[in-house]
Design a protein around this ligand. Structure first.
Ligand SMILES: Nc1nc2c(ncn2[C@@H]2O[C@H](COP(=O)(O)OP(=O)(O)O)[C@@H](O)[C@H]2O)c(=O)[nH]1
Ligand SMILES: [Mg+2]
Length: 249
């Protein structure tokens, strides 16, 4: 279980086996109780995610969960995408952050319908939060809903929001070994976007290694390299997006 928020996996390993300690919370509560609580949380989340999924399918809404560490460029990707494609496609956005409406303001400036969720101390969005947001949004049929998750490569991996696609964004300033360090996120995603390729001349980032590592944890993962700043590779992302719209139409 995640020591910070209580939403993580049930077991953890210490690299150093000689470091033999027991967490106070495990001793106090007993391991079985902790596992039961976690199963309850995820079961309830999964049921609500199914409800969201049914709603999206009924209205032919393509829901895409955008996940990444903070600052990889999720909002930048959305700003550019919404600006470039708003004449062709119908978009709405849910923004997730612990605090502020900064990202919602950025999306609003593109003329797109947006709802901000502030999770407070929470480190991920869950299906219940998305359900509430969607209930107030009057989403159009045949549209695309982007859900920008809280910046975190760990906890959001476990919480199904009812999305059809999960796109994980990494930027070239983060190091190419992120897929190996945070495999759950890459394993549960359908698309990996490698962003900020305009910075490749200035940082030590091996794109081929990053792709190799990502495919090691998820051989079916699609990968697109792009730069939100220069625009290089954005067409590949737009083609991917449009192919998914066609799939659900
Ligand atoms: N050089 C460069 N900077 C970028 C790119 N995309 C985003 N950024 C910058 O990265 C920072 C974080 O971007 P943001 O979209 O807020 O990231 P988020 O936290 O994932 O939503 C901002 O300063 C952006 O201007 C890119 O493709 N290239
Ligand atoms: Mg953002």
């Amino acid at each position: 279980m995640c020591a910070t928020c209580g939403c993580g996996p049930t077991s953890h390993q210490h690299h150093d086996d000689s470091h033999d300690h027991h967490h106070a919370s495990h001793q106090n509560n007993g391991k079985k109780n902790i596992i039961d609580v976690e199963q309850d949380i995820l079961l309830e989340n999964n049921l609500l995610a199914q409800r969201n999924r049914g709603y999206f399918e009924g209205k032919n809404i393509l829901a895409i969960n955008l996940v990444s560490s903070p600052g990889s460029g999720k909002t930048s990707l959305l700003e550019r995408t919404l600006t470039d494609l708003k004449a062709e496609l119908n978009f709405a956005v849910i923004e997730g952050d612990q605090q502020t409406a900064n990202d919602a303001d950025r999306i609003h400036a593109t003329g797109t319908k947006v709802t901000q969720i502030n999770t407070g101390k929470g480190c991920h969005l869950d299906a219940h939060m998305v359900l509430h947001a969607v209930q107030g949004m009057k989403l159009s049929n045949d549209s695309i809903l982007f859900i920008e998750n809280v910046g975190n490569l760990v906890c959001p991996a476990m919480f199904d929001l009812g999305e059809k696609e999960r796109a994980v964004v990494i930027s070239v300033t983060e190091g190419e070994d992120k897929p190996l360090k945070y495999p759950d996120m890459f394993h549960s995603s359908t698309l990996c976007i490698i962003n900020k390729t305009d910075l490749l001349p200035y940082v030590k980032f091996n794109v081929e290694k990053a792709k190799e590592y990502a495919r090691k944890v998820n051989p079916a993962l699609e990968i697109i390299e792009l730069s939100c700043t220069s625009g290089e590779g954005m067409q590949l992302w737009y083609d991917w997006l449009k192919s998914k719209v066609l799939t659900i139409a």
